[in-house]
Ligand binder design. Sequence first.
Ligand code: KG4
Ligand code: ZN
Length: 352
Amino acid sequence: MSSYKTIKILAIETSCDETAVALICVDQNNFTPLQSVISSQVKTHAKFGGVVPEVAARMHIKQILPLIDLVLKKEKIKPQDLNAIAVTGGPGLISSLLVGTETAKALAFAWKKPLIKVNHIEGHVYSSLINEKPKNIAKLFPALSLVVSGGHTELILMKEHGKYKFIGGTRDDAVGEAFDKVAKILNLGYPGGPAVSRLALEYKSINKKLFDLPRPMINVPGFEMSFSGIKTAVLYAWEKSGKTKAQKIAMAYEFQEAVTDVLVSKTLLAAKKYQVKSLFIGGGVAANQRLRSKLTTIFENNLPEINLKFPAMENTGDNALMIALPAYFHYLKKDFQKIKGFRPDPNWELVR
Ligand code: KG4
Ligand code: ZN
């Protein structure tokens, strides 16, 4: 049976500002990450206060082939030993995506290997499952996935591999984007999420509450969210404040509380409504410890039977292992991409 075979997949992710390559060996019992390398461009983009697409694409071009070469050589794997090449086909920055997809097409053609396209969000959905036995993943369905990144904030219902239903999400800014913008207002640099959450740790609850931010849409029925209002509220309150160190810490703390309150409340409601067995958390903001601890507590208190899956810290941000795992399930279904005519789609929606 094909599902008993051991499969080797080379996966490529270049949708934004990380050039990532992974090599996995997988069968139904074990998902073995042989290699996962990430060349981050964050220091380069930090100088500009955000990702510059043209610069990102040029850096991907420089990095991609040496990284693939490195990964294969380290494992002493020859191209003929591979079973498939997987690549992120979108969503993302078109010039960045093109570097990954053109590379994957060229390799699939030259090495005569099947080509598998993976949606970037699908990758984040699977990122918490990298240490699971592949055959056990299906037992976790139906699952709810909370994807929180710099570009996305979505609640997705997953009934089986490859079946996604959009439940709700932000109508404006993504939550990571809000962290980045608040960091800019507070002059904390880019990327903002880690900086804001680090500063929030310095907050002592005995301090009196200096700021009171809204929790937009928290009491509105349904699963729509909005984060641009919180960011604007931060801007106005900050401009009126004395901008002291203590106020900066209090603002970072209150902002993190406001956004995590909204995320946690909507996620719990959705898990209840759809009676899921598991919750998969993914995306850059899944690195946020406050979000992790609030989700853990609220689910323990309200839906203790639900299986909570968090990604390992190194797999919260963009990486290629999260592309390789769903690629394996596409492989089992022979869900391959024709090389000719394959173009990345910067707006590819996994679900709507
Ligand atoms: O998934 P990701 O690496 O890239 C996208 O696909 O967007 O997510 C990056 C986002 C950035 O907005 C960054 O500020 C945020 O994740 N982030 C965090 C934390 N670490 C990264 N946000 C809050 N708390 C963190 N600890
Ligand atoms: Zn991402």
